[in-house]
Write a protein of this length. Structure first.
Length: 288
């Protein structure tokens, strides 16, 4: 596979490694079909493109944010999106580890947004029968910040947090701040006036091969660290079975290719947003 020529994909920021794993020892990775070399020199992170012979070439921009090393192969028009919760000193920051999936990045984003699969894929964790209906919610493209949001989402969850054993309807809010990152906000049982924030950063290795890093900014001070990690890793491993078997692996942007239901409101907004941007990478283009 070769590096993409899609300018929309090239000009985005991407998390490509956990900061604690970036050391003086050079490591290779791959982004958008381009081989990269990453390492620290005098404590500062460096990312360089590798040519076909494996020789370091162009130095790329780098950022250290949200526990990850970020870079871009192109020229981003703006900085990495803000997560205000990351700056709140009393929150727990939990970085959950990379999960690789043989699918496209947009398919992974859409799966994250999909509440309808909770009772079937994550039974007795994120959902349970007979609570299979997705109540109506609102989705929109927020033009002022160029993001997709889904608000007033409610869904029954048998465990509303790692610390809880009883179920209830939980209020959820979804945010897509970039074509390759997605966030979930949910109420914290121990602090009902505040929201836990969970993000997923995707590194598209190839059009149909990605890895994702879930990170959490939690008000929760009670859960054991290993319990939080186990909870998230179980969710993503369950998702992988489903997502890797979706066909096509790339996300169709033609509305007639896959018929949406009322529960797919956030997906419809996300697909429209990608189409408006002209994103080709990881998608199958169509007219909207």
């Amino acid at each position: 596979m070769v590096r993409t020529d899609d300018p929309v994909a090239l000009n985005e920021w991407y998390a490509i490694e956990t900061l604690s794993d970036v050391t003086a020892s050079p490591r290779r990775t791959r982004l958008l079909g381009q081989d990269l070399l990453l390492y620290r020199e005098d404590g500062a992170p460096n990312v360089k493109e590798l040519d076909a012979a494996g020789r370091p070439g162009k130095a790329l921009p780098v950022r250290e944010r949200y526990g990850c090393l970020w870079t871009s192969i192109g020229t981003p028009s703006r900085e990495i999106f803000e997560i205000p919760e990351a700056a709140e000193p009393d929150r727990r920051f939990v970085i959950c580890g990379w999960v690789k999936m043989r699918t496209s990045a947009p398919r992974m984003i859409e799966n994250f947004l999909d509440m309808a699969h909770f009772p079937y894929v994550h039974n007795e964790i994120l959902g349970a029968e007979p609570h299979t209906e997705v109540p109506a919610y609102e989705s929109e493209i927020r033009r002022d910040v160029d993001e997709v949001w889904a608000t007033n989402c409610r869904f029954f969850q048998p465990r509303i947090a790692v610390t809880e054993s009883s179920g209830d309807f939980v209020k959820l809010t979804y945010r897509v701040p970039s074509p390759f990152a997605v966030m979930l906000y949910r109420a914290c049982p121990s602090a009902p006036s505040r929201l836990d924030a969970i993000a997923m950063f995707i590194q598209p290795i190839e059009e149909e091969l990605c890895r994702a890093q879930p990170v959490m900014f939690l008000v929760d001070v009670e859960s054991a660290h290993n319990d939080l990690l186990t909870f998230e890793q179980v969710i993503f491993l369950q998702d992988r079975i489903v997502v890797e078997n979706q066909r096509p692996l790339r996300l169709p942007l033609e509305p007639r290719a896959e018929i949406p239901t009322r529960a797919d409101s956030s997906s419809v907004a996300y697909r429209r947003w990608l189409k408006e941007k002209g994103l080709r990478y990881g998608t199958i283009a169509g007219s909207l």
